[in-house]
Design a protein around this ligand. Sequence first.
Ligand code: GLU
Length: 292
Amino acid sequence: MRFTRAAVVATAAALTLGLTACGGDKTESGGTGTAKSFAAGSTMEKLNKAQAIKVGTKFDQPGFGLKGLSGKPEGFDVEVAKIIVKELGIPTDKIEFVETTSKIREDAIVNNNVDFIVATYTINDKRKERIAFAGPYYEAGQNILVKADDATITGPDAFKAGDKKVCSVTGSTPAENIKTYVKDVATQLVLFDTYDKCISALDGGQVNAVTTDNVILLGYVAKNEGKYKLAGDNFTKEPYGIGVKIDDKDFRSFINDTLEKAYKDGSWKKAWDDTAGKFGAELGSAPAVNRY
Ligand code: GLU
């Protein structure tokens, strides 16, 4: 066996975590499949033995999870998912990415449609009633996107007069938060299942603005030079977590350990620099994981 850097890192990781690396199997593009001994019966052991994994992410969010011409989603969330999958000893080309729009995320976890979700997924108590979160691994904040020449909307208060329409995504935290600013929800708040549909509605003049997390909006700004801008400052905090089954504490701990390791070894920062970091958003310092 040729000792690639990935194999050395995977082996070192296994030793750090007190695991036994039993062998390596180099694959073309996805890193090294490594049989590791995880606790019997754990999700980690099950996934490592299967050498297959389903990860939920977004397919329409530039910089975080965007499925383009390559047919594979790309972005910071995708890279964070790959860091976790590698630590499980599974080559990243064995990942099956499943589109998990905002509304279906909890269901996808509860119904076993995915093994975990990395999808600009804000940690909050309501969601924690059905699933659990590892992380956070990033903190975003809600903002508003408008056309570049729009000087009338400078923040969420612009919706209080009742004449401006704003689009967001069903089941997202920004769709809920914006209701406190909108005078008439029935006529002013337009909801779709994906953000790219909101962008089309803005282009078509059906709405005046799109609201969600700043980093998602910055992706659209960067992808369409000169067309859109952000209208003011962030007005919420959106800590992003990794969704897992509510009772799978061991898997959650494993993901938290993996995040802390990625903060230290530079892979978290590299994931950012290669993706969303190119779009003008700040990474900030590594957020402390919450081991509740
Ligand atoms: N972070 C927010 C949420 O989890 C908005 C982004 C999204 O819809 O994924 O609801």
